[in-house]
Design a binder for this molecule. Structure first.
Ligand code: FES
Length: 177
């Protein structure tokens, strides 16, 4: 279960940004509306573009699709890949499934928490990293596994955590070595 949404950031309160988000959601709905089961793909695309699903976005989707807000919230709450809080550029998900757990996933989670100075479901203040947990990526043979965005890192050791984070930061650095 995700934490309650944090206080809004400056970008969330920017009326221009809000208009752009609304226009994006309207366009998504126009593209998907006639397809059966459109709700989940619309929410996925909105989250991918905006970074998370705000209450305003969910209301807009509900209004445009003619669906009650309770149903939209129900879907968002049910699927763990949906987030109602802004997430970092890198979503780090530690697998706590059985195979990963017995091979030390908890120690890896602790190492990420310590390095990032955040807890599970939280995002670093620079909005670079978010920490999450999951149950099995289908890579049990190479456990313990960590997924960063859509890439699975296998046989991860706590001692590699610093290096993994440094590689992400390096990608974001304007001056690359
Ligand atoms: S239990 Fe972790 S990848 Fe399957």
């Amino acid at each position: 279960m995700q934490e309650e949404p944090s206080p809004k950031c400056a970008a969330c309160n920017d009326p221009e940004e809000e208009k752009q988000r609304e226009a994006f959601v309207d366009q998504l709905i126009a593209e998907h509306k006639s397809r059966p089961g459109a709700l989940i793909p619309i929410l996925q695309a909105a989250q991918q573009e905006i970074g998370y699903l705000s209450e305003a976005t969910l209301k807009r989707v509900g209004e445009k699709l003619g669906e009650p807000l309770s149903k939209i919230f129900g879907v968002v709450t049910f699927y763990s890949f949906f987030s109602r809080v802004p997430r970092g550029k890198y979503l780090i998900r530690i697998c706590l499934g059985t195979a990963c757990y017995v091979r030390g996933a908890e120690k890896i989670l602790d190492a990420f928490k310590k390095e990032l100075e955040i807890d599970v479901y939280q995002t670093t203040p620079d909005r670079m990293f978010s920490l999450d947990v999951a149950r099995c990526f289908g890579a049990c043979g190479l456990a313990p596994a960590v997924m960063i965005n859509d890439k699975v890192h296998q046989r991860v050791k706590p001692s590699q955590v610093k290096q993994i984070l440094a590689a992400c930061r390096k990608k974001e650095s304007p001056v690359r070595a």
